[in-house]
Design a protein around this ligand. Structure first.
Ligand code: SF4
Length: 300
């Protein structure tokens, strides 16, 4: 497979065919994000020839895989016409593929109508990973996410109305020590309004070369310690109320995952069913009854 630069994908796409249709992220301004800061990763949509070559490669060497993940940052920014043509090629040339997923930022999601999202769903788009990061407008503005809580909720509702699985990612520590409580509460409330199928909580690890990394290094941003991160997580979970109902009218429980390698305490569960046990587990970690992931073992 021919990739331009390093490829970033969600942990749950480890066994997917990774098809790079864009290079970098069209926004690329978030102060905490080092994913596409490499100057060589100037955003571009790959040419049809490049993508076709890679589909042909996958058809030859990855024909047993059932999932495709479209990289990089926001493949949903492709025009509807190009996405429809791309999904058609995937269906024809990779007939075993049952699920197509991608990162979709809120702006790219809002650029599609409900009918367009429904069309993509019919053609195989099964899952959108969306970075909420924080549900607090002040924090979103400070980290230059380019969105507000309301615009994120709008995007999330579109995805849910199109019956596409929505995974929302939030970032613990993003408001520093000072804004931790506000970040936790507002993010819990915004997640409740978004009602994603899955919530993934990651813990901020400041990266050299990013604006936020520089702020941590020069002492103008104070990152919560491990216990502070857990207190933030607990407060956030307490404010999430998003059990919902699927297309068949059956109620189901939002998956909650804080098992990313950046986290101090790996957690997975379903919020409606497991919320109290999740909160109890976090409390035990805060009081030292459960050991935390050592600093040296944490990673992005
Ligand atoms: S966090 Fe997402 S939207 Fe922001 S710069 Fe990174 S990839 Fe782009």
């Amino acid at each position: 497979m021919n990739y331009d630069g390093d490829i970033i994908r969600p942990p749950s796409e480890a066994d997917s065919i990774i098809l790079q249709v864009t290079v970098g992220c069209s926004h690329n301004q978030c102060t905490f994000c080092g994913a596409y800061k490499d100057k060589k990763k100037k955003f571009r949509i790959r040419s049809e020839e490049e993508i076709d070559e890679n589909i042909a490669f996958a058809a030859r060497y990855c024909s047993r895989q059932h999932k495709v993940f479209l990289a990089d940052g926001d493949a949903l920014i492709l025009s509807q016409q190009r996405l429809v043509a791309l999904f058609g090629k995937i269906r024809r040339q990779l007939p075993r593929v049952r699920r197509i997923s991608l990162y979709g930022n809120a702006k790219a999601i809002r650029s599609k109508s409900l009918e367009q999202l429904q069309e993509l769903k019919r053609l195989g788009l099964n899952r959108i990973y969306m970075g909420l990061e924080s549900g607090d407008d002040t924090i979103l503005s400070r980290v230059r996410k380019g969105e507000t809580a309301a615009s994120m909720i709008d995007a999330a509702c579109r995805v849910r109305n199109a019956k596409i699985f929505l995974s929302a990612t939030v970032l613990l520590g993003l408001a520093g020590i000072e804004g931790s409580r506000q970040h936790a509460q507002a993010t819990g409330q915004t997640l409740s309004a978004m009602a994603p199928n899955q919530i993934a909580a990651l813990t901020l690890m400041p990266l050299a070369g990013t604006e936020l990394g520089d702020q941590v290094a020069n002492g103008t941003f104070h990152l919560p310690d491990a216990v502070g991160m857990l207190q933030e997580l607990k407060e956030m979970v307490e404010h999430i109320h998003c059990d919902t109902v699927n297309s068949e009218g059956v109620s189901w429980k939002t998956q909650f995952m804080a098992n990313h390698a950046s986290n101090y305490l790996p957690i997975t569960g379903r919020l409606g069913r497991d919320k109290e046990s999740i909160l109890a587990m976090i409390q035990q970690a805060i009081t030292g009854e459960i050991l935390l992931t050592p600093e040296r073992s944490r990673a992005l």
